[in-house]
Design a protein around this ligand. Structure first.
Ligand code: NAP
Length: 320
């Protein structure tokens, strides 16, 4: 039985990856900040909580990371833990940058010291590209981050590549574009639009306020994207891969689709200038041609198909 460590197991991707790995027969250790405070509802929702072992770990403390790797002897480590909100990173730049960088270097250093054969996955992000020269984005596109979050991810990305190139570690970066699910955090736009729309239907609120919804993003489905993370660690050679749908849609069209589908008038969509980010990416989409060719990763979902699934799942679980 293969053993894997998943950091960020309480998050959206962590929960889907834990489900994917346990279904494949892995023994999974999930790192959490504290056992008593861990929000396990996503693992519970996917019926995987009893199948993983949660372990307390402060990823900013190298000695704790070393101890856990020595005790659990993983073949693979998936590093998904991060302060993952771009908006919050503008309010908490230092905390975001410190955690998102230190956690990565600590895990890589522990791997180098204990067992360089451990395979490592780093959750890189399309936000790293920021100011864009050319679309679609590929693994070779220029990095120009526009937020503290993106800066932290660029640093973690380069640290991972450097450990691969300098120490020969099997370390990969998955450059994932936005991906959504029922288990997405509440403050992310698609989840906010879904829950907010149901609140309007239930009479709990009259309208929903957004920041700049003219911008366009390449959205996918988390459940399908975690497979690509696993595929990256099963190859002969470590590499970096863009994982995306290949098409961008305007946030306004996403919100409008949800509201129309639920029969809510578009006048309930409000824009509040105070919610605009100091800097934002206008349009971004990528090409997963390399992942399709080398990993055999196959993804064809149109985001409106994903939205149909999410609307139904949100409705089925909504508590008025
Ligand atoms: P998420 O739902 O926000 O989950 C983040 C995870 O990181 C949670 O388990 C959280 O633990 C943990 N975490 C956050 N701050 C921490 C800290 N200071 N110490 C320890 N743990 C901390 O994120 P996600 O959507 O699953 O994304 C997974 C990874 O992929 C992240 O690194 C994210 O930046 C990256 N990514 C995501 C997307 C996307 O569209 N979803 C796209 C590109 C890259 P708590 O439960 O304790 O808060």
């Amino acid at each position: 039985m293969k053993t894997a460590i998943v950091s960020g197991i309480t998050g959206q991707d962590g929960a889907y990856l834990a489900k994917f790995l346990t279904d494949k027969g892995y023994k999974v250790y999930g790192l959490v900040r504290t056992l008593s405070g861990a929000s396990t509802f996503r693992l519970q929702y996917l019926n995987v909580l009893g199948k993983v072992e949660l372990v307390e770990c402060d990823l900013q403390d190298l000695s704790q990371v070393i101890k856990i790797i020595l005790e659990t002897k993983p073949a693979e480590i998936y590093n998904l833990a991060a302060q993952s909100s771009v908006s919050l990173s503008f309010k908490q730049p230092i905390g975001t940058i410190q955690f998102n960088i230190n956690s990565v270097v600590n895990i890589l250093e522990a791997i180098r010291l204990i067992n360089p054969a451990i395979r490592f996955y780093q959750a890189s992000s399309s936000e790293m590209f920021g100011k864009i020269d050319e679309l679609p984005i590929t693994e070779e596109s220029k990095l120009h981050p526009l937020s503290p979050y993106a800066i932290s991810k660029v640093a973690a990305h380069h640290i991972t590549i450097n450990y691969r190139e300098s120490y020969g570690l099997y370390a990969c970066c998955g450059i994932l574009f936005n991906h959504e699910s029922y288990l997405r955090g509440e403050h992310f736009i698609v989840k906010k639009a879904l829950t907010g729309a149901l609140d309007i239907l239930a009479g709990k609120r009259e309208y929903l306020e957004f920041g700049n919804i003219q911008v366009k993003r390449d959205f996918g489905y988390s459940k399908s994207y975690v497979e690509a993370m696993w595929l990256m660690l099963q190859q002969d050679k470590a590499d970096d891969f863009v994982i995306c749908s290949g098409r961008s849609v305007a946030l306004y069209d996403v919100v409008r689709y949800i509201f129309n589908k639920l029969g809510i008038p578009e006048s309930a969509i409000r824009v509040n200038d105070n919610l605009f980010r100091p800097t934002d990416i206008e349009d971004i989409y990528g090409s997963s041609e390399k992942a399709k060719r080398l990993l055999g990763w196959d993804y064809h979902m149109n985001f409106f198909e994903v939205l149909d699934l999410l609307i139904e799942e949100e409705r089925a679980n909504y508590v008025p």
